[in-house]
Design a protein around this ligand. Structure first.
Ligand code: HDE
Length: 699
């Protein structure tokens, strides 16, 4: 277990118990040592096992505790995984805020970050098509600050009042509880059509963003508009953004679908392994800031959560760094019991009138009651690292023992008055509000298609292809014609050819006319291709190296050394998981014991495949249908494939598809992400992995 310590990690030690204690004896919950933990007290002898006795306090306690182990899962974002880390600042934002965490560059603020899917239940798969949660708890010196964000910068709805509807429509349908963790069903798409405001968001949800390769390779967005207030009392509107240093990468859909069955914990394990290996995921932390005076200067309302603030108009100012460096000690007490609340802000940070945010500020507090009970803020993972003093008392499962004779404020013992803002007290911004009480949204909230179009226009051609196919997949799973025909018609508001392609796939009438002209505008920061890191790396990429008896040890050892030097994770795959012998090696030789065998894993679980030569080895692999499938499938999923010597022909044959021709007259290929050479030549293979894509121009 990695042991990066922050003040929060140290704070948690107080509540920890180590079960790996060799000296400790097993006891009841109340400390009585037990003599037998396997047999319920009963009337029995060697000839007969008679009835059990209700009297047995140890057995009853054990079963009783077990019966009540479960708490309700989160109503949304039920499936998640988390890690500890730290936040540091390299540029002070003192011009816009007086929050210590955003102004003091000498601080290291402990954080706990929980990633999640939205729709699936706790036991659902990681790689489904869905929005991902990105919830960060900053344990600051001035109290806990939560940014409860997603990996997509906009949301389906504008007003919190609609939240139960959008979630009911997305969750399994009420009559048969089908489908699990999927948006591909009638109710979801019925809702999307009925709510034009959701259009921008479902374009994002149908894009590659909704099938991330890793939690470590996605952006995080606060989504809602918050405010920052500086020392002078000036207020700015702000959006929070986290951008991963590894770049933004995704699966292709077929891969995501297969992994959901092959390894439902793929993302959970990926995060855990990266941290255990010391390859800590990092994000740049940025703010987009609009002074109060410019609130109305944009064609969209800056308080509307269905809109992005295009970077070209409001640049991102990257001022800090977030690093995850420690896995949780226990899933339940940390990842499950952590409770995030958008209303948890600190001095210098405040809310805006964003109607989604205002509703969220009620909801998160409220939901913790049914999940965790009224004393949820006392749970170790939720406690701040700064002192807490107030007279909130009692309630079920109260843990703190408060000493003293008074439980009200002010009182005859406590002389310290509440803090002034200068002393670090939270200052409410004195905003002047004038208006009518009304159930309505302002005019700019009524435009829904401009930014959906902006997003679609900004995608690269492969991203557009993926989005079209995603809509095709989803609507194919809707069996009510009114759902898919109306939706295809709606798509003509954004792009006619997209609407036509989808309609042709899913059935119904193919629309002939755009309902609205495409404005043709694009913006940066919307396509994933905008996030290719300045220094691409193969670090943490999973590379499968396939060998059989008689493999070429020079090529094998060469690629192994090169991948290790680049920080990639290498997995040797053989026809069996017992020793595989190299060319010329005798049975008593050392050989290589593969990490997995060809049937035990699939190519989907790796970023890249490498096959070293060796006449005998390749003869064996050529005859092994699974080995051929490994390479062919990796090619279909656009992955970098490397081969040397005899393996070149094997890889070419395995990837042979109609329309694909590799250069005929040589044993060196470098196209469609396939890199082969007769000699070990890891450099170009590494480049192919760094690009994190293979035959992109083909599929
Ligand atoms: Fe949430 N959301 N949400 N949400 N949300 C919850 O709170 C809610 C919204 C997000 O890892 C719940 O503790 C309302 C936007 C994340 O523990 C609940 C509205 C965004 C998580 C809730 C929204 C999010 C939640 C369920 C509309 C992106 C998981 C359990 C007004 C910015 C946090 C819980 C974790 C969880 C309500 C919309 C992100 C019910 C009413 C927009 C990452 O309170």
């Amino acid at each position: 277990m990695n042991s990066e310590r922050t003040t929060k990690v140290a704070d948690l030690q107080k509540d920890m118990k180590d079960v790996h204690n060799k000296e400790a004896c097993i006891t009841s919950d109340f400390g009585v040592k037990q003599t037998n933990t396997d047999d319920w007290l009963k009337v029995a002898n060697d000839d007969k096992t008679g009835p059990m006795l209700l009297e047995d306090p140890f057995a009853r306690e054990k079963i009783h505790r077990f019966d009540h182990e479960r708490i309700p899962e989160r109503v949304v974002h039920a499936r998640g995984s988390a890690a500890f880390g730290k936040f540091t600042l390299h540029e002070s934002a003192a011009d816009v805020t007086n929050a210590g965490v955003l102004t003091d560059t000498s601080r290291e603020t402990p954080v706990f970050l929980r990633f999640s899917t939205v729709l699936g239940s706790r036991g659902s798969a990681d790689t489904v098509r869905d929005v991902r949660g990105f919830a960060v708890k900053f344990y600051t010196q001035e109290g806990n600050w939560d940014i409860v964000g997603n990996n997509i910068p906009v949301f389906f709805i504008q007003d919190a009042m609609k939240f139960p509807d959008v979630i009911h429509a997305g969750k399994p349908e009420p009559h048969n509880e089908v489908p699990q963790a999927q948006s591909a069903h009638n109710n979801f798409w019925d809702f999307q059509f009925m709510h034009p405001e959701a259009t921008h968001m479902y374009f994002w949800a149908m894009s590659d963003r909704a099938i991330p390769r890793s939690y470590r390779m996605m952006q995080g967005f606060g989504v809602n508009t918050y405010t920052l207030t500086n020392e002078k009392g000036e207020r700015h509107f702000v959006k929070f953004i986290f951008t991963p240093d590894l770049g933004v990468h995704s699966f292709v859909w077929d891969e995501a679908l297969k992994i959901a069955g092959q390894d439902p914990d793929f993302h959970r394990k990926d995060l855990w392994e990266a941290i255990e290996n010391g390859t800590f995921p990092t994000w740049k932390f940025g703010i987009q800031v609009i002074p109060e005076s410019k609130e109305n200067d944009f064609e969209f309302d800056i308080l509307d959560a269905t809109k992005v603030w295009p970077e070209d108009l409001i640049p991102i100012r990257y001022i800090g760094k977030l690093e995850l460096n420690r896995n949780p000690d226990e899933f339940f007490t940390q990842t499950e019991q952590v409770a995030f609340c958008t209303s948890h802000v600190i001095p210098g940070v405040g809310f805006s009138d964003d109607p989604l945010l205002q509703g969220r500020n009620f909801s998160y507090f409220d939901t913790q009651l049914s999940r965790l009970g009224i004393n949820w803020q006392e749970l170790p993972i939720n406690k701040p690292v700064c002192p807490v003093l107030n007279h909130n008392r009692d309630g079920a499962m109260r843990h703190t023992i408060t000493k003293g004779t008074v439980n009200y404020w002010p009182n005859r013992f406590q002389a310290v008055p509440p803090a002034t803002p200068q002393e670090g007290g939270y200052a409410d911004y004195p905003e002047k509000i004038v208006g009518m009480k009304a159930r309505m949204r302002s005019k700019k909230f009524r435009e829904h298609f401009n930014q959906a179009q902006l997003f679609y226009n900004s995608l690269s051609p492969p991203e557009k292809t993926h989005l079209t196919a995603a809509l095709g997949f989803e609507l194919d799973h809707c069996n009510d014609p009114i759902v898919y025909t109306r939706l295809c018609d709606r798509l003509t508001e954004i792009d006619l050819s997209l609407a036509q392609s989808v309609a042709e796939m899913v059935g119904g009438e193919v629309p002939q006319q755009a309902k609205r002209q495409n404005h043709g505008k694009k913006a940066k920061g919307l396509s994933q291709t905008d996030f290719t890191p300045a220094n691409p790396t193969i670090a943490t990429r999973r590379v499968a190296v396939i060998i059989a008896d008689g493999y070429d040890p020079v090529a094998y050892n060469g690629i192994k050394a090169a991948l290790k030097a680049g920080g990639a994770f290498l997995f040797t795959i053989g026809p069996r998981r017992n020793k595989i012998l190299a060319k010329g090696e005798s049975k008593s030789g050392q050989g290589v014991v593969p990490d997995h065998h060809l049937e035990g894993m699939r190519s989907t679980l790796f970023d890249s495949v490498f096959v070293p030569g060796g006449e005998q080895s390749i003869k064996t692999l050529c005859k092994n249908g699974r080995a051929v499938h490994w390479v062919r499938e990796a090619f279909g999923h656009l992955k970098a494939i490397g081969a040397t010597g005899e393996a070149v022909a094997f890889v070419k044959d395995a990837c042979a598809l109609p329309g694909i021709t590799f250069s005929e007259n040589s044993d060196v290929v470098s196209s469609y992400g396939v890199v082969t050479a007769s000699q070990v030549e890891p450099r170009s293979f590494k480049e192919a992995i760094q690009m994190a894509k293979g035959a992109e121009d083909f599929v």
